[in-house]
Design a protein around this ligand. Sequence first.
Ligand code: GLA
Length: 735
Amino acid sequence: MIIYLESPRTFFLQGADSTYAMAVHPAGYLCHLHWGGKLHPDAALAELCRQEGLPFSPRQPLPGLGKVALDVLAYEYPTANTGDFLTPAVDVVHADGTRGLRLLYRGHRITPGKPLLPGLPATYVETDDEASTLEIDLQDTVSGIQVTLSYTVFAGRNVIARSARITNRGPLPCTVTRALSAALPFSGREFDFIHLPGAWARERWVERHPLHSGTQSICSRRGASSHQHNPFFALAATGADEANGEVYGFSLVYSGNHFGGAEVDQQFNTRAFMGIMPEGFAWKLAPTESFQTPEVVFAWSDAGLTGLSHQYHRLYRERLVRGYWRDRDRPILINNWEATYFDFTTEKLLKLAGAAKPLGIELFVLDDGWFGSRNSSDSSLGDWFPHSARLPDGLAPLAKSINEQGLLFGLWLEPEMVSPDSRLYRDHPDWCLHIAGRDRTEGRNQLVLDFSRPEVVEAIYERIADILKDAPISYVKWDMNRHLTEVASAGRRPERQGETAHRYMLGVYAFMERLVQAFPHVLFEGCAGGGGRYDPGILHYMPQVWCSDNSDAISRLRIQHGTSLVYPPCTMGAHVSDVPNHQIGRVTPLDTRGHVALAGQFGLEMDVTKSSPETLTGLTGLVELARQTRDLLRHGDHYRLVSPFSGNHAAWMLVSPGGDEALVVFVLELAEPNRVLPRLRLRGLDSAARYRCIHGPEGEWFGDQLMCIGLSVPLKHDFASLAWHLRKVSGPSPT
Ligand code: GLA
């Protein structure tokens, strides 16, 4: 998978249909040659990294080589203050206060498989033949600082996982002030920048605009990957669409502050980059110490955005998500949050579970309000003891009663937080992130525990582990309901305060790792005020994430469409809630709410003790459909058929790997009078096979008919929807 040619020194990383190529410039710089369609390994390509200088181009005199023009090289890992003027990947302040690195090739290793990234989430392999990893050492001769770039190419995929490790091999300490995971140069700027901005209850909307000169970027300074900018962007060749054209993706496996983007230079060439947000970041490296960046996953497709999404979906569900639940159907759940909020008793919960069971529900989740004296969001985070009035006998009797009703029991937790009104805070007021002498900014009446301190992580871990040991808990919803402010730690010396935000993430990951190892059968669902931390970092520990606090079916069309650009549908929590919708007051038909929730891990978030008999019948049918199609959700290829951003309707489908089965959903937003909707052309089917609709509008069609002509969509009313569950049939062709 990785080919190295000695003269001139050239590397070829061969993916399924793609090649990533680099060469060592005669002056020692590691230069990028190509990432895209597959190439024959050919040393002659190394010539591409010798480029002409430009006016105002700094030059480095080199014996026998003349002068190397330094701001035109296609660096794999650009540095600052030594001749390149674009966005650097790395910057270091040396012991004498000066900045600058000149990173030159020192050596490389090619190993089968993929090593773990210590303390960080990452993609992985199960056997060494699944991937091959190239590590290239670059070194700054003046300071001794070494950067080891890591590239993993996966067999049968078009993805490259990259990261960097910065090691101080010099005699003096230094401070790393920027350590991006990777940079990638492109010739030209004929790309659109696609990214997923949003807000609470409006996560991951798709924005697309042509690249312009200068920098276009996404970032988070919130201490979490955030609702505002998902740590993902793509560069799509101008004109590329869902099905056609070259698209490059950049997805950071990290849940904290991030920074990614593209800079178009004076020659209209582009440098893409991604990694930890440099603002506020300063990491001290004593001699021999190292800093490991998170991993960024590059994906490439020449089959448009769908092709790109398929690369990410397959890799992330197979080799990012881990554990017992990776390859299992997840239980269909009911969550009591929108049914009761904080207003519940044990009796009410048992009634809710009792009403949910006959609908086919398999898991009952007790959300916020079960601990301390938490009757509202004003208090008790950190006091992880059963609420004395609501659960006088503890959690175990409730969990057992739920189990006796034939349901698994799940629980909400928010381990990273503390309420000022809590025993924990009164006992340990210095355990939260704060700056002495400054106000402690609250969000949702809470402060953030200082998970950059191992003793804080340890104390909370012990408490949470006891809860999970004491009751039969099969599921945990791990929430995180505010962002980080006054990022500083009482446990850290002044010169190391710039490490706090990243050390916080390392503490969270250490906690999660310990928890998933100790409780391998618990299904964890990530959450951060809905989808505020829906990123590949979290997915390494938790196979699903509550996609958004907005449970309105029409809002969800955009949220789920954007999410699906990177994240597999099986990672997306999607629930049917009551109407009028609690977030925006919209009334939509039950079927539509159900059909939209079929795009992810299906559940209910409503008071079914108050539902009408017709609603209960409808819910039973929808739960059954979710059960019938959950295998498809886990393995199927997802196709975005009609974007909710482009008109007044949306459609998507899932197709099983062999094309034997498919689920198709169409949702109309606002109906128009006297308007016949266009036929819905499907994708990904076996064109020669015949399909029968086993749930939904009756019919039988050949795959080619469905893909070339399409299904008719006789919908006439606002927010109406249709779902077709198709199965391949054998027998005579339809007449
Ligand atoms: C967050 C979550 C919700 C719910 C509440 C409970 O907002 O996203 O689903 O759990 O917290 O307080």
